[in-house]
Design a protein around this ligand. Sequence first.
Ligand code: NAP
Length: 481
Amino acid sequence: MTIATMMQQQCFVAGIWVDADSRKTISVTNPANGEQIGTVPNCGAAETEKAIAAAAEAFKSWSKTDISYRVGLLRKLHAALLENQESLAQLLTLEQGKPLAESRGEIAIGAAYILWFAEEIRRAKGEIIPSPSNDRKLLVTHQPVGVVGAITPWNFPSSMLARKLGPALAAGCTVVAKPATATPYSGLAWAALCEQVGFPAGVVNILTGSSSDIGGAIMASPQVRKVTFTGSTEVGKTLIRQSAETVKKVSMELGGNAPFIVFDDADIDAAIEGAMISKYRNMGQTCVCTNRFYVQSGIHDEFVSRLKQATADLTVGDGMHAGVEQGPLIDANAVSKVEQMIADATAKGGHIAEGGQRHSLGGTYFQPTVITNANADMQFATDEIFGPLSAVFQFQHEKQAIAAANATEFGLAAYAYTRDVGRVFRLSDELEYGLIGINSGLITTVEVPFGGLKESGLGKEGGSQGLSDYLETKYTALAGI
Ligand code: NAP
């Protein structure tokens, strides 16, 4: 498929491409130049209820299909993603802004999640538990949880849906999904591919439009048995509250505030490489992006000088252009937030070592920035930056670094660079984070459980744990044997 045929401007409900009942649409723009790319339907509660009804109807048969049939469809979906990787990546960059190379990577990991869950469902074993008496057998079995509501963010508009569709479809669940309004086409492309490879009508439904209306209908419906959300902690908390009414299962992948600790004994080349990937990937707009660099005093000046140079060397521009490493930020609010954090930091003694301004390209481009002399009173010590701003704090002792790293309500990703094996184990034990990268700034892979502690979330995506969140566990006692 070409980028034009991949770019669906309608929603997919009950196996049919539809407009909003009101015919209202929402404009979608390219953050690289502010121009309109197209429109998508502005759906609300009524269309969502139709989608939920279709998903509930489809669940009756889909949940009873042979695993080998579902695995076959997922394998076809995996192949279709890779066949269309280039046009899907272009569509992603067009609406989201990240460099094309990163978009290609996102499509590849999304495809890998689909394949992983197609494999993993074959290992979703039950148990026969030894019974306390010989006349009984105690069976533990798993069943698909039911209709799943999936709500995804703009920063990984394709792979965040992959992590939800993959396990849901493998398990035998049906799905009603709502992609972020800023980046709807990467989500709608999943519906086009699912249709193309032959998923039955109603199994996958994807709607765009009002987040509170679509989200509200999903949360209120007793037919939706699970909600999986990736996005901000604030919205996640609202959804958790709303889930109480119908006692839904929830999976929440929420915000982060990742520390990146560099000890005096670190391999500095590796630390700089890890710093750049963990800080500036997707222009700093990932939940696992480094928010706070803690650098030990003996290596601080060299690390800052190298980070400053590497940051200055980044090529900023339209993500579609070859060689570009930093695209535009998603919107004007994202730019204002970074500016506000820079102003706050400089007012409290921070020093701008690199960048610090809007980029001369205009629009939502921002200079990759480094601020040194950071302290715990600055806004970025506690709040997610979500932009290309490196904040560097200095520390003296290991305990001080660990305490500072943990001084946040978030607990998604943390990174540390050291060659001391004992310290590696102390960090693994003491950092209050769901994902810990030692001597690596890029650790996501489909085989492992991805998810945060504390207010960064509930549940895991990926690994075997990412499938069990879509399965109910049942116990059957066979007596009188
Ligand atoms: P967001 O504002 O929370 O939006 C996420 C999704 O929720 C969007 O589809 C949004 O729709 C929808 N939404 C907003 N309000 C809603 C409501 N009241 N009811 C139902 N749905 C609602 O987050 P974002 O700005 O798109 O994404 C950035 C955040 O996601 C960051 O905090 C980042 O750390 C987090 N994130 C976490 C992970 C992880 O795995 N832990 C991964 C990626 C991102 P609209 O687009 O229509 O507003």
